[in-house]
Design a protein around this ligand. Structure first.
Ligand code: IVH
Length: 669
């Protein structure tokens, strides 16, 4: 390669890595597999070694990645949270052992092998026996302070009862179990929702969510692997792991002290075969020098310790022949390309389709029909096309062209500025969009019309009975009863579920409308801020931007939706059908700041109001809501089936426990 081309290639790689860093760390989206990312990084590292004069001052090889997000306080780490040197090569593990032995000649060196968990690194600080701060790794120097979320999410000791252990730091990995991930995805598939791509991203998103319900629903586990303390004697990694267990932390279900390279390789090989039996995805084995004194003598680099290395397992990759690429239309009109190939066995399941993400990705991979493609199923549940074998390409094969029209209704596609996704703008007549919007509306977390699944929606469309969500409320018994498979009971059930949905609270109605970029959390914020639909319909961009977490993109999307005459007709019809377009009875409360500067926690389900309505009333009265019970809380407000640990903790800390009526008596004028 010519030197200018080399410098161009280095810049291209750096840009690509930065782009993927931002997607991964800021937006929790993995557009490429870990393996493909590591390859990009490795290529750049090699080029920088050979051509150091072209190395960019701000090269991504120098950065640890994640930057703290804006919603949480910044947490500075007392000791930097380093990365690990990693390799896919057994030979490099041998080199690592040799290097360590050379630094400490004539010493016996033991190693600890631990699984490398594919999750999110966290630091937990205990002071005076209590957990005082939980933080994400961030850029290694500073991360996000997610203490409240972590306390709600994990079974980790909040108070250490043994007075010997007062101040220390524990580090480890938070992750979602494979089982929870898979069951959630099956549920999402049933509901016609977009599938989660991998557990790591969902874990990262959950740790930083502002939605209390998500924190309660999602099963996130923490395995500790490091222990730091000035005062507690601990001489080896093995002792640290044993101590962590004694203090009440969970650690990974396996680790082994190895004395030489043969034992290390045996451990690596045996877990390579058995890793699927673990509760959690592991992507390799971490090999650490066991004795802390030896670790210190070996030292660290700016980014990673020299006394440890991560051997990463090759992700499961298979080859197949690309037969076709089809395009799917989602409920928002977004077009997703899907690769179809000869069925192959991958990580225990037969796969015949894989995601291709978007048009840029197809162009980047320069795909042709008949290509030999590499399909990977690493941490991801949805297989992905990660590469193409250009050498084996048939010269006459045709390139894949991203469709310019909607595959369902043939309308010309549009692409918005700065977005990678193409959309079909035919909102009113494109069938997959119409059906998708109805399924979203009926979802458990939206209007909860339980008996309205994809088959029934298909049947209703075929019989020409519905076109929009508002039509659901016009359905009559005779119409539903004539559909195939609908007997008396099933007809009554569907109509009853539709009728029951009229009592679903305003925030969920807002979510159910399917406004682009308005998820559950944003809908709750909008509902709480504006109180009713009329207020929201009158809101300007400036008004919308006042609501926390709402930026220009969401605000514009809300305005577009509410000003669209087609959507306005639907809204009027829904209002006439009797759906909740405001929080109930809120109006009768005057601004009475009896809870000014008080901190409260809600637990359980409430009778008179929904949790969102009650939260709004409390906030109107000046109260602040927290997720977890701690000594700083003034009241725990309990409804039906409150969390037993919350109540017990409030009692231990002497915090007043109030029932729904008690708090309403306090805030009602
Ligand atoms: S030790 C200074 N042990 O891997 C070394 N890390 O690429 C600190 N990880 O950020 C890490 N399993 O989140 C260690 N058994 C294990 C691990 C582990 C997963 C993660 C950790 C770290 C990343 C480094």
């Amino acid at each position: 390669m010519h030197e200018t081309e080399i410098s161009k290639e280095m810049k291209r790689l750096a840009d690509l890595i930065r782009y993927h860093n931002e997607s991964y760390f800021q937006k929790n989206i993995s557009e490429i597999s870990d393996y493909a990312y590591d390859q990009l990084l490795e290529q750049l590292i090699q080029l920088e070694k050979r051509y150091p004069h072209y190395k960019l001052i701000d090269s991504p090889t120098e950065k640890l990645g994640e930057l703290p997000s804006k919603s949480f306080p910044v947490a500075y780490h007392r000791i930097p949270m380093l990365s690990l040197a990693k390799t896919y090569s057994e030979e490099e593990v041998v080199q690592f052992i040799k290097r360590v032995k050379k630094i400490l000649p004539n010493q016996t060196i033991d190693f600890v092998c631990e699984p490398k968990i594919d999750g999110v690194a966290l630091s937990m600080i205990y002071e005076h026996n209590s957990l005082v701060r939980v933080a994400t790794r961030g850029d290694g120097e500073k991360g996000d302070d997610i203490t409240q979320n972590a306390k709600t999410l994990f079974k980790i000791p909040d108070v250490i009862t043994d007075s010997q252990y007062t101040s220390f730091e524990v580090r480890g990995e938070a992750f979602m179990t494979k089982e929870f991930f898979e069951t959630s995805n099956q549920e999402r598939a049933k509901q016609g929702q977009e599938l989660w791509a991998n557990p790591r991203n969902i874990t990262a998103g959950t740790l930083k969510t502002l939605d209390l319900n998500l924190l309660k629903e999602r099963e996130i586990i923490f395995y500790a692997y490091s222990f730091y303390s000035q005062s507690i004697p601990c001489y080896t990694q093995q002792e640290a792991l044993e101590l962590l267990v004694k203090l009440g932390f969970s650690i990974a279900p396996t680790y082994k002290i190895c004395h030489d390279i043969t034992e290390i390789m045996d451990y690596i090989h045996s877990w390579s075969k058995r890793k699927n039996t673990l509760l959690v995805d592991i992507d390799g084995i971490v090999i650490k020098v066991n004795a802390f004194q030896q670790q210190q003598a070996i030292g660290i680099t700016a980014k990673a310790p020299r006394w440890a290395i991560a051997y990463k397992y090759q992700p499961e990759i298979a080859h197949s022949t690309l037969e076709n690429v089809t395009f799917q239309v989602g409920r928002t009109g977004a077009i997703t390309p899907v690769a179809h190939f000869n069925p192959i066995l991958l990580a225990g399941t037969m796969v015949r389709r894989a995601s291709l993400h978007n048009a840029d990705e197809i162009a980047r991979q320069d795909l042709h029909l008949g290509d030999t493609v590499l399909i990977e199923k690493g941490g991801e549940i949805i297989p992905q096309v990660v590469g193409v074998d250009i050498k084996s390409r048939n010269q006459t094969s045709l390139p894949i062209v991203f469709t310019s029209v909607c595959p369902a209704c043939s309308t010309s596609l549009i692409r918005e500025m700065g977005e990678a996704v193409f959309y079909c703008p035919n909102k009113q007549a494109c069938l997959p969009q119409l059906k998708g919007r109805i399924l979203h509306f009926a979802h458990r977390k939206a209007m909860d019309i339980y008996s309205l699944g994809p088959k029934t929606v298909d049947a209703l469309f075929e019989a020409n009975l519905i076109k929009t969500v508002a039509d659901l409320y016009k359905l009559r018994y005779e119409q539903v009863n004539q559909l195939e498979g609908f007997q008396e009971i099933s007809t009554k059930k569907l109509l009853a579920h539709i009728k029951d949905s009229k009592s679903i609270p305003f925030n969920r109605v807002l979510f159910a409308l399917g406004i682009k970029h308005v998820g559950e959390t944003v809908a709750k914020k909008l509902a709480a801020y504006f109180g009713n639909m009329e207020q929201l319909q009158c809101a300007t961009i400036t008004d919308l931007l006042q609501v926390s977490d709402i930026g220009m993109k969401i605000a514009q999307s809300i305005i577009d939706h509410l000003n669209d005459p087609y959507q306005q007709t639907i809204l009027t019809e829904l209002k006439d059908a009797g759906l909740k377009f405001s929080f109930q009875k809120i109006e009768k409360f005057t601004k009475n700041l009896v809870l000014s500067s008080k901190k409260l926690v809600l637990s359980g389900t409430f009778q008179k109001y929904t949790r969102e309505e009650l939260s709004r009333l409390i906030e109107q009265a000046g109260g602040k809501l927290n997720a977890a019970v701690s000594s700083k809380i003034d009241y725990l407000v309990v409804g039906n089936s409150p969390g037993p640990s919350k109540v017990a903790k409030a009692r231990t800390l002497g915090i007043s426990v109030l029932e729904e009526n008690d708090i309403l008596n306090m805030i009602e004028p």
